[in-house]
Design a protein around this ligand. Structure first.
Ligand SMILES: Cc1cc2nc3c(=O)[nH]c(=O)nc-3n(C[C@H](O)[C@H](O)[C@H](O)COP(=O)(O)OP(=O)(O)OC[C@H]3O[C@@H](n4cnc5c(N)ncnc54)[C@H](O)[C@@H]3O)c2cc1C
Length: 497
C-alpha cells in the first residue's frame, strides 16, 4: 500500500526548530489517546496531545461506550448483579471467538486485568447502574448497565464457556455512553496537566541519522511544526474506515456492501505513520459489521434463509456474527421467516421490506420467488427440530426453538442491498469499522516487519490490531474496552522509558 503523500518523515537537522519538548507525545485524542495521556501524566511525564479535530473524543465519544469486561471472579458490576466470571472463562470465550486470529497474550492480559480496568474507569467518575438487562438488545434502551453484548449464550460458545454478561455501559437514559465517558476522561486529562493541541494534524515523525525517533511533525494553522518527544510517541489516531483507498485495498469485498462507521478522521494516519517506520501491519482484511435484526427479541424465533432457501446460522447469535454469516451468502441475500405471533414492529425492522406474506410455507416460497420445495422444506425440517427440542443443524438454543405454525407467515428482507433500518446506511448496507492495524505488544510497543520493537514508538486502539480480531467473533464493547485498556498500557510504557 502506498503511503499518503501528506505523511512525512522529517530528518532532524539544524534547520528544524522544535516548538517545544515533551516526554510523551500522543497523536489522536480519542479513547485510546486520552487514556494513554492520563496514565503517562500520572506517571510524571510531561505530555502533549495532538488532535486533528477541533476537540477530542473521536469515535469513542460517538459510541455507546459499551466495554467488554469481566474475569477475576467478576467486575464489581457483575458481582452486584449476581454474576461470577472467572478469568479462564473469559479467556476461553475470547479465544474461541477469534479462532486462529486472536492474540493469546493480549487476550490473557486483558482478561486478567479488565476488572481492575473497570474500577479505573469508575474512578474517573463514570457511573454504572447496578442492574442487568438480560434480553436480546443492541444498545441499552433503559438504564441498566450490564448486558449480554456477544455470543455467550449461543452455540458454540455456550458449550465451551459459561455464559456471563460482560457488556458494561455507563448509566444513562438513551445512547450517550461515549459522551459521558469522554467528558469524565477529559476532565481528568486536563487536571493531569497534559497540554492539548486541537486542530493539529499529525503528519509524521522526526528522526535522526540512525532513523531513531526524536519528535513529531504536525500541521496547525496551515504551518508544519515540530515537537521533541524525549521518551516516546503514541499513535492513537483511530482506524482507516474513512480512507477509501485503504478500504478498497484491504477490504475489497466488504467495501462492496458495507458503509463506514466512525468519525471523519478515521483516515488511517496512525497506521500510515507507523508504516513509514517499517512497522508491521496485520489483520487488515478484518472488519466489524452487524446485522442487528432484534429487538424485538421474539424475532429470534424466526429462521434466516439465503436465496436457496437454506438456513446458514443459529439465529440466537449476536448481530456481528449474523452479519458475518449473511456476508458469506450468495450476493449477501438473507431473509427472515417469521410467524405472526413473533412479529412486532420496532425501530430495527420498520423500514425493512416484507417481501411476502402467506398462509402456508409453499405459498410464501412461491410469492417470494424461491424454487419449489426449498424454503418450505427448510421450514418443515426446522419445525421437526423445534418439536424435538434440538436444532440438529445449527444448535440454536432450545430457549429460542419454537414451531413456526401460526400463519400468516412473513419473509423480511435482510439482504445487504435491501436494508433500510436506522442501523444501516441508507445507501449501502451494514455499517463497518476496521479491526486491522499496527502490530503491537501488550505494552503498546510497535513491532517492525522483523518482529523487533521500534524504539520509542507505541500505539493503541483502532490504529492497532488489538483485542478484537474478527467481525465473526466480535462482541460489542471489545473495541472501546481494548482502546482504553491498551491505551493505558501504552501511556505507562512510554512514560517509564
Ligand atoms: C456510533 C458508534 C458507536 C459505537 N459503539 C461502540 C460501543 O458501544 N462499544 C465498542 O466497543 N465500540 C463501539 N464503537 C467502535 C468504537 O467507538 C471505536 O472503534 C473506538 O472508540 C476507537 O477508539 P480509538 O481511541 O482507537 O479511536 P478514536 O476514539 O476514534 O480516536 C482517534 C482520534 O484520533 C484523531 N486523529 C485521527 N487522525 C489524526 C491525526 N493525523 N492527527 C491527530 N489526530 C488524529 C481523531 O480525530 C480522533 O479524535 C462504536 C463506533 C461508532 C461509530
Amino acid at each position: 500500500m502506498s503511503v499518503n503523500k501528506k505523511m512525512i518523515i522529517t530528518p532532524e537537522s539544524s534547520e528544524i526548530s522544535y516548538a517545544d519538548e515533551f516526554d510523551v507525545v500522543v497523536c489522536g485524542y480519542g479513547g485510546a489517546g486520552g487514556c494513554a495521556a492520563l496514565e503517562a501524566g500520572r506517571n510524571g511525564a510531561k505530555v502533549l496531545i495532538l488532535e486533528r479535530a477541533s476537540d477530542g473524543g473521536g469515535s469513542t465519544a460517538l459510541s455507546s461506550c459499551e466495554m467488554y469486561l469481566g474475569g477475576s471472579g467478576g467486575t464489581s458490576l457483575q458481582k452486584a448483579c449476581g454474576f461470577e466470571d472467572s478469568t479462564q472463562n473469559m479467556i476461553d470465550y475470547i479465544e474461541l471467538a477469534f479462532e486462529d486470529k486472536g492474540d493469546p497474550e493480549k487476550i490473557k492480559f486483558y482478561a486478567e486485568n479488565s476488572c481492575e480496568h473497570f474500577e479505573w474507569i469508575r474512578s474517573l467518575g463514570v457511573n454504572y447502574k447496578e442492574a442487568a438487562h438480560l434480553g436480546r438488545i443492541v444498545v441499552p434502551e433503559s438504564n441498566e448497565s450490564l448486558l449480554y453484548t456477544g455470543n455467550e449464550r449461543a452455540y458454540p460458545f455456550s458449550a465451551s464457556s459459561k455464559p456471563v454478561p460482560r457488556g458494561h455501559v455507563p448509566s444513562h437514559e438513551g445512547d450517550f455512553g461515549g459522551k459521558i465517558f469522554f467528558d469524565a476522561l477529559k476532565k481528568e486529562v486536563a487536571s493531569s496537566g497534559a497540554t492539548v493541541s486541537c486542530d493539529s494534524r499529525v503528519l509524521g515523525l522526526v528522526v535522526d541519522a540512525n532513523n531513531s525517533i526524536c519528535g513529531v511533525s504536525y500541521k496547525k494553522d496551515n504551518i508544519i511544526q515540530h515537537v521533541k518527544a524525549k521518551k516516546g510517541v503514541i499513535l492513537t489516531a483511530g482506524g482507516f474506515v474513512m480512507n477509501d483507498e485503504m478500504v478498497s485495498e484491504y477490504l475489497p469485498i466488504q467495501s462492496k456492501f458495507a458503509a463506514p462507521y466512525g468519525n471523519p478522521w478515521d483516515k488511517g494516519d496512525g497506521i500510515q505513520i507507523g508504516m513509514l517506520m517499517n512497522a508491521n501491519v496485520i489483520n487488515m482484511d478484518e472488519a466489524f459489521f452487524g446485522v442487528y435484526f432484534y429487538p424485538p427479541e421474539s424475532l429470534t424465533y424466526g429462521i434466516f434463509v439465503n436465496s436457496s432457501g437454506d438456513r446458514f446460522v443459529n439465529e440466537d447469535s449476536y448481530g456481528a456474527r449474523i452479519g458475518y454469516f449473511c456476508s458469506q451468502q450468495d450476493k449477501q441475500k438473507a431473509y427472515l421467516l417469521i410467524q405472526n405471533e413473533d412479529f412486532s414492529p420496532s425501530l430495527y425492522i420498520d423500514k425493512l421490506p416484507v417481501i411476502a406474506v402467506a398462509e402456508t410455507f409453499e405459498e410464501l416460497e412461491k410469492e417470494a420467488g424461491f424454487e419449489p420445495n426449498t424454503l418450505s422444506a427448510t421450514a418443515k425440517k426446522y419445525n421437526d427440530y423445534a418439536n424435538a427440542g434440538f436444532d440438529k443443524a445449527f444448535r440454536k438454543d432450545p430457549q429460542w426453538l419454537k414451531e413456526i405454525c401460526n400463519p400468516p407467515y412473513a419473509l423480511i428482507d435482510y439482504s445487504f442491498d435491501a436494508q433500510r433500518s436506522p442501523l444501516y446506511s441508507q445507501e449501502t448496507g451494514p455499517l463497518m469499522f476496521t479491526l486491522g492495524g499496527l502490530e503491537t505488544l501488550k505494552t503498546g510497543e510497535v513491532l517492525d516487519k522483523n518482529g523487533e520493537i521500534i524504539p520509542k514508538l507505541f500505539a493503541a486502539g483502532r490504529t492497532t490490531a488489538g483485542l478484537p480480531r474478527t467481525g465473526k467473533g466480535y462482541s460489542s464493547g471489545m473495541s472501546v474496552g481494548d482502546a482504553t485498556f491498551f491505551g493505558r498500557m501504552a501511556g505507562m510504557s512510554a512514560s517509564t522509558r
